[in-house]
Design a protein around this ligand. Sequence first.
Ligand SMILES: [Fe+2]
Ligand SMILES: [Fe+2]
Length: 267
Amino acid sequence: MESQSVRILFLGDIVGKAGRDVVCQKLPELIRNFSIDFVIANGENAAAGRGITGPIQAELLSAGVDVVTLGNHAFAREASFEWFDQEQRVIRPVNFPVGVPGRGYGLYRAKSGVIVGVINAIGRVHMSPADCPFAATERSIESLRSKAAVMFVDMHAEVTSEKAALAWSLDGRVTAVIGTHTHVQTSDARLLPSGTAFLSDVGMCGVRDSILGQDVAGCIQRMKSGFGPHVPLADGPAQVHAAIIDCDVTTGLATGIKAITYPDVVH
Ligand SMILES: [Fe+2]
Ligand SMILES: [Fe+2]
């Protein structure tokens, strides 16, 4: 029997209105052109660069995103707390301390009907304190294992070594470990030896001529002086950074991963 395969699109941190707009504009053609079955997007910067709100999560979900993951800015908007416990399609890091709103993983259905498990974890190196991402992710995998062969982990972390360590520790047991948070796409997309796809950082959906989505002059001023006013988000043409992962639904293992920039050149 021929095994079925699904193709999943993973979008990097969506930064502000420019990031949301480029995702809303380009996602339908990305889904169509690449035959995408399921879409995961990191939305921790979707609300003016910090956090997410109820209306913004609704905007992203109606644009074609199936699951929104978050990160260190998950709770930057107080207005988001009310819907956090109700909306199952938005998840925050699973290794936040017990008692914080929301959930850290979930089960979802792709267009083809395949069940996809998604787990959001956050790193601890050069990040705020959090519980152990390795232990929390292991527990999440145990909870999902009997219900989903296909499982994705968004590892939201600063350093590549911590993301790689989580990926290698899960090799052969999850479909993919995709890094988020740095907003800079790395060129190390690969399959690990036992079949888990890995990318240290998928990048961002936001303004191309920016510094991580922020205004260039404002960032330079702040870097030079060591202090300064709040740096606004950049204006200008935006692009999508993403990863496309193919996986075998029977084994749950990846068969391919490719990092993309879309559109490739912004005029
Ligand atoms: Fe981010
Ligand atoms: Fe972040």
